[in-house]
Design a protein. Structure first.
Length: 108
């Protein structure tokens, strides 16, 4: 068992609180989107996230962006806010780092 870093919320024993995370964790993200609600399927559609990289490449100011790893995290809003404020979230023994160091933060 690992000891939780101070301030990191643990969801051990809770139900329906595990975040939906789409993208590659452990690889530097190109873009991180923290959102809440049950609109994940719409956000991840070919019409939204699917179309975003080609749209960005067509814009001169965004043409050089690396958009190979778009990470989307969705949870109930209080959990997303706490995850950003504390720098992580614990799911049992797994602690996901949400910090500038990890690159998985909207404040990079």
């Amino acid at each position: 068992m690992t000891k939780l870093p101070p301030g990191i919320r643990s969801f051990a024993g809770h139900t329906d609180t595990v975040p939906d995370i789409v993208g590659r964790i452990g690889t530097a993200p190109s873009l991180v989107i923290f959102t809440e609600g049950n609109h994940l399927m719409v956000l991840l559609s070919d019409d939204v996230i699917g179309a975003f990289p080609s749209w960005a490449k067509s814009q001169p100011q965004y043409a050089d962006l690396d958009l190979d790893n778009i990470v989307v995290v969705t949870l109930p809003q209080p959990a997303v806010v706490q995850m950003i404020r504390t720098g992580g979230i614990a799911l049992g023994n797994l602690v996901l780092d949400v910090s500038r160091k990890s690159g998985s933060t909207p404040i990079s």
